[in-house]
Ligand binder design. Structure first.
Ligand code: C2E
Ligand code: MG
Ligand code: MG
Length: 703
């Protein structure tokens, strides 16, 4: 750097050293925006050499994607002597975009501004996570269709658009009949495949402007714009019916798979999104009650359903006051100590005639009618007393997580109520944990933050439940000082086979740790899911794999017995031995390969399908995978492409016939596979090639 115009020239060497050592990108520019100093962090992040930056204009970093008005505001603030703070999307020398948070200050020589000093933090990682989280909060990862919250906001917008016009819109609620049974019979993977295909068939049959979404499980929603209940409308509906039937007959499953649709029309069947959704769901239920495999229009709210509802409300009121509610407790276990660290309290209704009723069947009604307040108060009180009783009985002190309802959470007196409850039961504040949801927090964000702060200051724990299914705003999360994020079970379910969900879970774990929170995964059912989560630093799990929710008596017994998670298979295995996973649906081939590698000193693990292979990948540390190409449920290339995303350091090799070479070359070009061997193979050559691969591995250990 030319010493004469080095703005740091006169400053102490200490300041220079500090700037050079900082991991914040720092820059000094003159009044014309010409760069006179750039520190090593800036060179590193921008990819420019010092010579290229000195004397260049600051706009060298501009991406062209930040609006002109932002720069205008920036320069006018600085020239007026103010400090500018904000995010900019910049470009590196190699063309890549990156986000920075900049803090720019004018520097004065005497009274006049002579230079500007800019210090920046890199936001690329946060923005990448945010983008992923934004996507996941609006779309369903299996079908790629909008999800329920996104659908409802589109429905609200569509209603706004047609209000005051002569247009109408219809909402269709579609449900596959007996999907649960089908899933059980053919397996979840086949179930997922069918859902995907139904989604595709529906997508192909809608008109431009119609909106399709997957609402949950096997339920789809459809908004038809500008459609009257006339012949044309019926034709559209029948169009879906036949599109799906065609698909099903192509699948040769027509006899098994049918569906029910409920149709509600705006404004006649509901004046807002919620009531329209409700009417369509009622109409769908009526279609199911008629035996399924049909569509029905909403019948204008039959009187008997209204009276049944009133009846249920009265029964629920009675239940709350007469001890018909019970709490079941589901343990939450630490993946570090493997011990029970808490329980989630889940309410059930012990109905005198209907037996144990699950919360999904009465919580929404309680929310609607306000009965949720006495219900929630009862749950809080009962859960806290239970913890105190266990502690008094000498059992280890653990947390209890209680699900908050939106109404209860927004009650002004909630903090006082909780303080009084803690005083009354003598429970330590840390033992109580409140589970909040994002929608609850978004209703009135400023009020919500105030309540959270008050409750937190008492020492009560706060967790964000069902994370990933709501708004998932990072900016908002970092302002909310909560203790834990609970990853929704819909992401955990296929974590070992769906790279998109797996990466969302990993991003969520990373993000929660960055923000100083615990990550807890719910719905953990299998050993493979647990091992995967454990390997990626998740703190706690909850799910049927360890225990279903159980009555208090049984939960207390678990604490008394000191029940723990079993050690994982991978933690007990021998890690020093290199491991080879063989995948082929033909047992003969597996046996032949086993024989060949038998004396090579590898630990050999075998799978007879892609699904088993994914399970074993999660359970074991696999160095090399050798997979057949032609397998019934998934090709070897497809399997290895997923494995590339899930376990990038595993060496992936495919074993194929000559006819598959095109697919395989393509996969090699995309980096999905490392090598391929052809069938029939030569034992000697195969063995030697494998030795080479393992030798290279030893020289460059897999991390
Ligand atoms: P949630 O808070 O997300 O609770 C987790 C649900 O997942 C529970 O269902 C639990 O039984 C279930 N679950 C746990 N592990 C697994 C697993 O491994 N596999 C599967 N498939 N499911 C698992 P549950 O008890 O039916 O509760 C459903 C929802 O009802 C809860 O969702 C919560 O939103 C609400 N709820 C339950 N109790 C209360 C309460 O006391 N107050 C309020 N306001 N809501 C409650
Ligand atoms: Mg919960
Ligand atoms: Mg949950």
């Amino acid at each position: 750097m030319n010493k004469t115009n080095d703005p740091l020239n006169d400053s102490s060497d200490l300041f220079r050293q500090a700037l050079e050592a900082s991991d914040h990108a720092a820059l000094i520019a003159n009044l014309d925006g010409i760069i006179e100093y750039a520190n090593p962090a800036l060179l590193h992040i921008s990819g420019y050499a010092l010579d290229e930056l000195l004397g260049a204009h600051c706009r060298i970093f501009q991406s062209g994607l930040t609006t002109h008005s932002v720069y205008q505001a920036l320069w006018s603030t600085l020239q007026g002597g103010g400090v500018w703070d904000g995010d900019l999307l910049n470009r590196r020398k190699n063309g890549e975009l990156f986000w920075q948070h900049l803090h720019i200050t004018p520097l004065k020589s005497g009274k006049k501004i002579s230079h500007f000093f800019s210090s920046a933090t890199d936001l690329s990682e946060q923005h990448a996570i945010q983008q992923r989280v934004d996507w996941l909060s609006s779309f369903d990862t299996l079908t790629g269709l909008p999800n329920r919250p996104h659908f409802i906001s589109r429905l609200k917008a569509s209603i706004q658009e047609v209000i005051g016009t002569h247009q109408s819109l219809s909402l269709i609620h579609l449900d596959i009949d007996n999907f649960g049974a089908l899933n059980e019979k053919h397996g979840e993977q086949e179930g997922d495949r069918i859902l995907k295909q139904v989604g595709e068939a529906l997508r192909d049959s809608i008109r431009q402007g119609d909106i399709l979404a997957r609402l949950s499980g096997d339920e789809f929603g459809l908004i038809l714009r500008d459609s009257q209940i006339d012949e044309q409308h019926l034709e559209t509906v029948q169009g879906f019916a036949s599109a799906i039937s065609e698909l099903l007959s192509a699948e040769r499953m027509q006899a098994e798979l049918t569906f029910s649709m409920g149709i509600a029309v705006f404004p006649g069947d509901g004046s807002d999104a919620d009531s329209l959704m409700y009417s369509a769901a009622i109409a769908k239920q009526a279609a199911v009650a008629e035996g399924g495999n049909r569509f029905m229009f909403y019948q204008g709210g039959p009187e008997n359903s209204k009276s049944a509802r009133l009846d249920l409300i009265n029964q629920l009121r009675h239940a709350i006051n007469h001890g018909e509610l019970v709490l079941h407790y589901q343990p939450q276990v630490s993946l570090v100590s493997r011990e029970i660290v808490g329980f989630e309290a889940l309410v059930r209704w012990n109905h005198p005639e209907r037996g144990l009723v699950q919360p999904v069947q009465f919580i929404p009604l309680a929310e609607e009618t306000g009965l949720i307040i006495p219900l929630s108060e009862w749950v809080l009180e009962t859960a806290c007393k239970q913890m105190r009783d266990w502690r008094n009985a000498g059992l280890p002190a653990v947390r209890v997580a209680v699900n908050m309802s939106a109404r209860h959470f927004h009650m002004k007196t909630l903090p006082e109520q909780i303080a009084a409850l803690l005083a009354r039961t003598g429970l330590d504040a840390w033992q109580l944990e409140l589970e909040l949801t994002e929608s609850m927090m978004m209703r009135d964000a400023a009020v919500a933050i105030g309540i959270v702060d008050q409750i937190k200051s008492m020492g009560v724990q706060l967790t964000l439940d069902d994370f990933g299914t709501g708004y998932s705003s990072l900016a908002y999360l970092s302002r909310l000082s909560i203790h834990a994020l609970k990853i929704d079970q819909s992401f955990v379910r296929d974590i070992t086979s769906n790279p998109v969900n797996a990466s969302i879970v990993l991003a969520t774990i990373a993000m929660s740790h960055k923000l100083g929170m615990r990550a807890i995964a719910e719905g953990v059912e299998t050993e493979a899911q647990r091992t995967f989560l454990q390997r990626h630093g998740c703190d706690e799990i909850q799910g049927y794999g360890f225990s279903r929710p159980v009555p208090a008596e049984q939960a207390g017994q678990m604490l008394r017995d000191g029940r723990k998670l079993e050690p994982t298979l991978s933690s007990t295995g021998d890690h020093s031995q290199p491991t080879l996973l063989l995948v082929d649906d033909e047992p003969n081939i597996i046996n032949a390969l086993r024989r060949i590698f038998h004396h090579e000193g590898y630990r050999i693990v075998c799978a007879n399908s892609a699904a088993v292979a994914l399970e074993l990948m999660a359970l074991n540390r696999i160095d090399v995978i050798l997979s057949d190409q032609r397998m019934p449920e998934m090709t070897g290339v497809e399997l290895l492409s997923r494995i590339k995303e899930l376990y990038p350091s595993t060496i992936r090799i495919v074993l194929s016939g000559y006819s598959d070479i095109n697919d395989i070359t393509d996969a090699i070009n995309k980096g999905a596979i490392y090598k391929y061997f052809t069938k029939p193979w030569d034992d000697e050559i195969l063995c030697e090639e494998m030795r080479k691969i393992f030798r290279d591995l030893r020289e460059e250990p897999v991390v």
